[in-house]
Design a protein around this ligand. Structure first.
Ligand SMILES: Nc1ncnc2c1ncn2[C@@H]1O[C@H](COP(=O)(O)OP(=O)(O)OP(=O)(O)O)[C@@H](O)[C@H]1O
Length: 753
């Protein structure tokens, strides 16, 4: 094939050498223009493209860069995030990289093909010496090795091979059949610029192989080696006996493994069908390895393997208590489940869904539940998954196909009844490759998961004995159909007292054990823990608290090592020492001041809002200025659509409520601002706060100090409770407006809880 003088260039970590195929993964966003160019003509199979592939290690090199000209055999676009394309490239010949012709729309360099591999170069005696050395090591290796198969040669006698084939073919055969091509070796082989260099590399590699073979040879014990006597000649071009023997050995092993797997009859029949197809296949056929991997994967699945479950109520209770503080709802539900299973062992496990803010122990309690039931545990993170096939797998005929995450998890734990944690179920989203939630329906539906069919294995697998637990931060993001299939348990954020208990009894002993500081006595006082929680963390759970406690241990470790001669053995951490460890950087630095300063101000009200890390005080500031235009409203502070609607409702309600001419709202421009403008805010709960701020603004009355409120406002002046499923106690602070104002004693809202 003619190699052009210039080629599009890509840099890849895997190394392509001539005579080999390589599957390369390219990210679409990084190679858009090149892939567009390649994909455009790919449909037309007659015009296959050629590209230059350079090892990534040479990215910075300016000269003496060797690459491989590759012929693109196929391109497959995968709908993943980020989008990827797999290209299958056949290595044709080496080239020297010359100057860059263009960088746009993609990199093209001029190249110089290296074609001097046909014959050895140099003096005749040097050539003869090199050739003789190669022949010697080759014959040595072939004589003593029992296992080597020599595709595509039809003889096993090395002397006959050397006589009948060109030197380059023999070298090629050694590379393909004998040498274990590690990336380092492949790089070395690629950089050989003539046959002499390549032969020297191969000689070294064959010598190493000979040493390995000798080390592992079963004949070593006796010191005897069989003299190869049979010459396998096959003029028809079919496989020689040696290959047949090793191939059939491989197939025999597979057949034996199928029998040992003791599959049920229908599955066994289907696998045998695939196996018979494999037997008919030429081993060079690209599908051969696909079928082989498929059969091996399927027979290794735990079709009949079950771990013995522990149904001991007392033990389970102890394990749960030992690892997690509180969480009574979860613990009770698990103990109920165990009790029911004791009475009826055939009963299926519930699909529990733990909903709660980050760091409240959803993931870790699932692991503890698995321990208490003596089930294997596997966590699957669903965050960011946007493809149906991530759950259900790809058909085996796709390039790079593999099973979905459920079957992969089952394969990993090698049991049919593990506890699988589907973490962050609310963070999956629908992408171009289908809706992963729809695929999960089949997994979580007790009626369907008895015969779950993954696209890769394409056989029904029984998931009915798997115990599924899912976790999410926000129930609103879980599709209704999935929600219906699960029993939802809400885990609320911890109170200050609970956090102190968790830190004292669980986190500190855990960190202490992990850091092995047995000889040093460290006491973190309760006031210090309280200080960390209140001033250095801002969260509903305890993850950040755990991190902060860990920082204390790092600090002490450094101090111990630095002052080793002092042999300090006792450390007491008080709120004062926290200043040295964390500095003065507290989480609510300045925010309290803002609240205090806002009290008794006209047009300012204090709201309460929900965030994933717990309740929060949200100021609402309003101001008015004269305007020629009617009803002008400015809303700032990254407010969302629902918040804007709340402001409009509030303004309209005020207008309806005010007596004629008492309030000339029309000639004012009203500005509503939500401080901390860097954070997006939305939701209806600020309704009452906005009304109060505006009433204060229009009637010039300050609100009573230090009163905060939350609640949705309706156009009729009703205040609705905030029905958030997170059910945090903070939400139920609703104050009537006559409570808020000092002078304004009208009872203007009706509570419709
Ligand atoms: N009640 C508790 N008792 C003891 N440790 C706890 C408790 N709650 C949380 N923790 C600890 O807090 C850390 C964080 O917990 P975990 O990772 O399970 O949180 P999560 O709720 O799954 O968070 P996310 O939603 O971010 O995944 C863990 O080290 C865990 O041991």
């Amino acid at each position: 094939m003619i190699i052009p003088n210039s080629l599009p260039i890509i840099y890849t970590a895997p190394i392509l050498i001539p005579g080999f195929m390589l599957k390369i993964k390219l990210l679409v966003e990084e190679n858009t223009n090149l892939l567009e160019y390649l994909l455009k003509d790919n449909l037309n199979s007659k015009s296959k493209h050629m590209i230059g592939i350079i090892p990534k290690a040479d990215l910075e090199k300016a000269d003496n860069v060797i690459g491989t000209a590759g012929l693109i055999q196929s391109l497959i676009k995968i709908d993943s995030v980020p989008e990827e394309v797999f290209i299958l490239v056949q290595g044709l010949c080496r080239f020297k990289l010359k100057e860059t012709i263009t960088e746009y729309p993609f990199k093209i360099n001029s190249i110089e093909a290296i074609n001097n591999f046909k014959e050895l170069e140099g003096e005749d005696n040097e050539k003869a010496k090199l050739k003789a050395e190669f022949e010697k090591v080759f014959i040595d290796l072939m004589t003593y090795s029992e296992k080597i198969t020599l595709q595509p040669f039809t003889f096993s006698n090395p002397k006959i091979i050397l006589k009948n084939y060109a030197l380059l073919d023999c070298v090629d055969m050694c590379l393909k059949n004998i040498v274990a091509l590690t990336p380092a070796i492949a790089y070395e082989v690629l950089r050989a610029t003539n046959l002499n260099q390549l032969l020297n590399i191969i000689i070294d590699l064959l010598k190493q192989e000979t040493i390995k073979v000798n080390k592992h040879s079963k004949f070593l014990k006796t010191g005897l080696f069989p003299i190869p006597s049979t010459i396998y000649l096959n003029s028809t071009g079919n496989r020689g006996n040696i290959q047949k023997k090793s191939l059939s050995t491989e197939l025999k092993e597979v057949e034996k493994a199928i029998q040992n797997a003791k599959l049920s009859k229908p599955i066994n029949d289907l696998i045998m069908k695939e196996f018979n197809r494999l037997k008919e296949m030429n081993s060079y056929h690209p599908d051969y390895s696909v079928f082989l991997n498929y059969i091996n994967y399927v027979i290794n699945l735990p079709w009949n393997k079950i771990t013995k479950e522990s149904l001991d109520l007392k033990k389970a209770k102890n394990v749960l208590e030992l690892n997690h503080y509180g969480m009574e709802k979860v613990k009770n539900r698990i103990l109920q489940f165990i009790a029911v299973r004791i009475l009826n062992p055939k009963l299926r496990g519930p699909i529990l869904c733990f909903i709660g803010p980050p760091g409240v122990g959803k993931t870790t309690i699932a692991k503890t539940i698995a321990d208490s039931l003596n089930r294997s545990f596997k966590r699957i993170s669903l965050g960011g998954i946007n493809h149906f096939s991530d759950i259900k797998g790809h058909r085996k005929t796709y390039v790079g196909s593999m099973p979905g995450c459920i079957i992969q998890a089952i394969n990993e734990v090698q049991t049919k009844n593990p506890l699988i944690l589907l973490d962050e179920i609310d963070k999956m989203y629908k992408g171009s490759g289908g809706d992963p939630a729809a695929a999960l329906l089949e997994v979580l539906d007790p009626e369907q998961n008895r015969s779950f069919v993954d696209s890769y294995i394409n056989l029904p697998f029984d998931l009915s004995q798997v115990m599924f637990i899912t976790t999410a931060n926000n129930v609103a993001y879980i599709p209704q159909t999935l929600r219906d299939r699960m029993e939802i348990i809400y885990l609320e954020g911890y109170t200050l007292e609970e956090k102190i208990q968790i830190a004292d009894n669980y986190l500190i002993p855990k960190i202490f054990k992990r850091h092995r500081m047995n000889e040093i006595q460290i006491t973190v006082t309760k006031t210090a823990i309280k200080d960390i929680i209140q001033n250095y963390t801002y969260e509903a759970g305890v993850r950040d608290l755990q991190r902060k406690l860990q920082t204390i241990y790092y600090y002490i470790a450094k101090d111990v090592v630095e002052n080793i001669e002092k042999e300090t053995k006792t450390y007491v951490i008080t709120p004062e020492s926290l200043l040295n460890i964390f500095g003065e950087d507290t989480v609510n630095g300045g925010k309290n001041n803002l609240v205090e300063q806002s009290c008794n101000r006209i047009g300012v009200a204090i709201g309460l809002s929900w965030t994933p890390v717990g309740g929060k005080v949200q100021m609402i500031e309003t101001s008015k200025s004269y305007s020629r235009t009617d009803n002008q409203l400015i809303l700032t502070g990254l407010a969302g659509q629902t918040l804007r609607e709340s402001v409009e409702i509030a303004l309209n309600w005020i207008q309806t409520f005010a007596k004629d001419n008492e309030l000339d709202k029309n000639h004012f421009c009203v500005h509503v601002h939500l401080p901390e403008g860097g954070h997006r805010k939305d939701g209806p709960s600020a309704g009452i706060t906005i009304v109060c701020a505006l009433v204060s603004l229009f009637w010039n009355i300050p609100l009573k100090s230090m009163i905060a409120m939350t609640g949705e406002i309706t156009l009729q002046g009703y205040v609705l409770p905030v029905c958030n499923t997170f059910n945090l106690p903070l939400f139920f602070f609703l104050f009537f407006i006559d409570l808020c104002f000092s002078k304004f004693n009208l009872f203007i809202f009706r509570w419709v809880a």
